[in-house]
Design a protein. Structure first.
Length: 512
């Protein structure tokens, strides 16, 4: 290991009774976040039809949750280290359930964006607390690797459950019902978690520094907003000013953390190549995959004409592959190496995305299903191993903050990916040639074009659908191609950044 971390003989800490039952409760929180992310993509066409958002508003509905959660994850992870991870998790889950109702009954694009943002505040409490508690519950490194694999597999299973359950609900109820499925999960999590989860916190936490919280949130929101606006509308003075403000806030955040005796986030962690390499790999991986993840459901429904439930089933191979790979990832990393497993997983995703640049309106399912399976397997291996590296690279009392860094990379990658790759799709889509008399709204999104075509005479409707679908698929080609380039480059970078990195074996632990 690099830096001040060194292998040490285990202290003989006995396994905690009931740790596997507690892990089962933690997976409910993971399920919440995973299901929420996937059902939104499936519901996007219905939201477009009902709320009539512009193309920009539709992107905000898709990524504002990630923007807010990325800005608050470090703060919430550190808050859990200080006041108790169990307490933060349970209060956050309760808020998540209540805000899901607000999402379900949003009546305007503006209210929907606000509801998604507030849900991001609640969501920021969940993932850092779950990984932080896993670090506390499982002292044996091999058990911890398996627990992280189960954690990751549950997230992947949520991506499968979300579209299938969401598709069923969308075929029988209105789009808001996909958010209400969060309610029974939050109730179960709070009631059972209150009895089974142990409390866990830093024994010498120091104060929760509010200026650091403000700098972190301002910096993340400013930088991500500037990137999004520049990608959508080109460089403008407001975007530049916002980006500079965000960069200045992040610089101030880092300087303040280095000066504080008990920082919100120990930024010195990034000096360790294993930690920094794993975080960077996560961020770039999610960025590269975001175009496919966000636009795949629209392709399956609005281009290929599949029903929501059928579209959900079509996405199942990705989740199946990720679940299987996540459970095997720790064993594979010990048998081969961390960098071999992560790099191979990322390269597999990149090649699958490259294959998807050949799809058309009539592409058969075998190619789609095979590509999604490969994407899932690659993601399952890489994300599980990098999460284990990040979690085991820090002292136990910093588990929440370190986990938050991991999740921040994930959410920031998703936000940037939707902003950049989503803007590529949107820009390519808007340029299509529509039949005379087509309303301008049809150029905002494919959902708007489909809705417009339903009100036009058959010949004009056919021409509009053909042109808009062709433009959308072209944009999807560009996004998948860009994503493939990012993933293949990240695979090469991971090979060097994770050199000599190993997962701990049984009987080993890490400390300062």
């Amino acid at each position: 290991m690099t830096g001040t971390l060194r292998p040490a003989v285990a202290t003989g800490t006995e396994p905690r009774p009931g740790r596997w039952l507690a892990l089962a409760v933690l997976t409910l929180a993971v399920l919440l976040v995973a299901v929420d992310a996937t059902v939104l993509g499936l519901a996007t066409p219905f939201i477009s039809e009902d709320l009539h958002p512009s193309g920009t508003e539709l992107l905000w509905i898709g990524d504002v949750y990630s923007f807010v959660i990325a800005g608050l994850l470090v703060s919430m992870g550190s808050l859990g280290d200080r006041v108790g991870r169990k307490r933060v998790l349970l209060w956050g889950a309760a808020a998540f359930g209540a805000l899901s109702v607000l999402n379900a009954y949003a009546t305007t694009p503006g209210l929907m964006i606000l509801a998604r943002a507030l849900l991001g505040v609640a969501g920021a409490t969940l993932m850092p607390a779950t990984l932080g508690l896993i670090r506390t519950l499982f002292h044996d490194p091999r058990e911890r690797s398996l627990a992280v694999g189960v954690w990751g597999a549950t997230a992947s299973a949520g991506t499968a459950v979300g579209p299938i359950v969401g598709g069923f609900l969308l075929e029988h109820f209105w789009w808001g019902s996909v958010f209400l499925i969060n309610l029974p999960v939050t109730v179960l999590l709070v009631l059972v978690g209150a009895r089974t989860l142990p409390e866990s916190r830093d024994p010498r936490p120091g104060p929760w520094d509010l200026p650091s919280v403000a700098l972190s949130l301002t910096g993340m929101l400013g930088v991500v907003y500037a990137v999004k606006e520049t990608a959508t509308h080109g460089p403008t003075a407001p975007a530049l000013a916002t980006g500079l403000l965000g960069a200045a806030a992040l610089y101030g955040f880092v300087r303040r953390q280095l000066a504080l005796p008990t920082p919100l986030l120990d930024v010195r962690l990034f000096r360790r190549r294993g930690f920094g390499g794993a975080v960077l790999a996560d961020l770039l991986t999610v960025l590269g995959m975001s175009g496919l993840v966000f636009f795949l459901s629209q392709y399956l429904q609005l281009v290929q004409g599949r029903h929501p439930f059928e579209a959900g089933l079509a996405e199942l191979p990705a989740a199946v592959g990720a679940v299987a790979a996540g459970l095997l990832a720790g064993r594979a990393a010990r048998r081969f190496s961390v960098r071999a497993v992560v790099s191979a997983g990322l390269a597999a995703i990149g090649l699958a995305l490259a294959a998807l640049t050949t799809i058309s309106e009539s592409t058969g399912y075998p190619l789609l299903g095979a590509a999604l399976l490969i994407v899932g397997v690659g993601a399952g291996f890489s994300f599980t191993v990098t999460a284990d590296v990040i979690l085991s690279s820090v002292p136990k009392n910093q588990a929440g903050a370190a986990s938050a860094v991991s999740e921040t990379a994930y959410e920031l990658g998703a936000a940037l990916g939707i902003a950049l790759l989503g803007s590529i799709v949107t820009a390519a889509y808007r340029d299509f040639t529509a039949p005379p008399g087509t309303p301008t709204a049809a150029h905002e999104s494919l959902g708007a074009a489909v809705e417009t075509a339903a009100k036009m005479p058959p010949p004009a409707a056919h021409d509009l659908l053909e042109a808009s679908r062709e433009a959308f698929v072209h944009g999807l080609h560009l996004a998948c191609g860009a994503g493939a380039a990012v993933l293949l480059a990240t695979a090469v970078a991971a090979w060097f950044l994770l050199r000599k990195q190993k997962l701990a074996d049984a009987g080993e632990a890490y400390r300062r």
